[in-house]
Ligand binder design. Structure first.
Ligand SMILES: [Zn+2]
Length: 167
């Protein structure tokens, strides 16, 4: 008696045919893991850069407060006037982008409100934005669009920038 071929039990998959989907799945898992590791690394590296940059501006803020204690609350005419006598001219630039900080306090009267902008980085100094130093020595990381608005306010003589303009 002959066996009808269609009545045979299905042939098991060969080892090669079975291995291929597993290898593909392993490759996908590895690629996703590698891509994820790079993203985490990039994110951590950028966070470290931003932290170092914020520390630079924070040092300027502290130096400014000391300068004002010694000089009847006045602001120095330029950042160089503030930093060069103490040999800290490297603080004039962002340690990562190497962009020179923009200084906005020259000529301001003593007793400026805390939200007065002392200095900031140029737009685009870091991915997504840049740092701004305020008169009370606090630092904010703001988006490039917000920074453009802040700089436009400062250039038109509004320091502190008008709250209704900067949202
Ligand atoms: Zn920076």
């Amino acid at each position: 008696m002959f066996n009808c071929p269609s009545a045979e039990t299905p042939r098991p998959l060969t080892q090669a045919r079975r291995r291929l989907p597993i290898a593909a799945a392993v490759a996908v898992v590895l690629l996703v893991a590698i891509a994820g590791a790079y993203l985490v690394f990039d994110h951590a590296a950028e966070r470290a850069k931003r932290h170092a940059c914020a520390k630079t501006l924070s040092s300027i803020g502290q130096a400014m407060l000391l300068y004002q204690q010694e000089n009847r609350s006045e602001f120095p005419a330029t950042l160089a006037v503030l930093l060069e006598p103490v040999g800290a001219s490297e603080l004039l630039v962002c340690p990562w982008s190497k962009n020179t900080h923009l200084y906005w306090a020259g000529g301001l009267k003593p007793g400026a409100p805390p939200d007065t902008v002392i200095a900031c980085e140029p737009v685009g100094s870091h991915p997504g934005g840049a740092h701004v130093l305020f008169a009370d020595a606090h630092i904010e990381f703001v988006s490039n669009n917000k920074l453009k608005t802040i700089i436009a306010e400062l250039q038109s003589g509004h320091n502190p920038p008008r709250a209704e303009m900067v949202k």
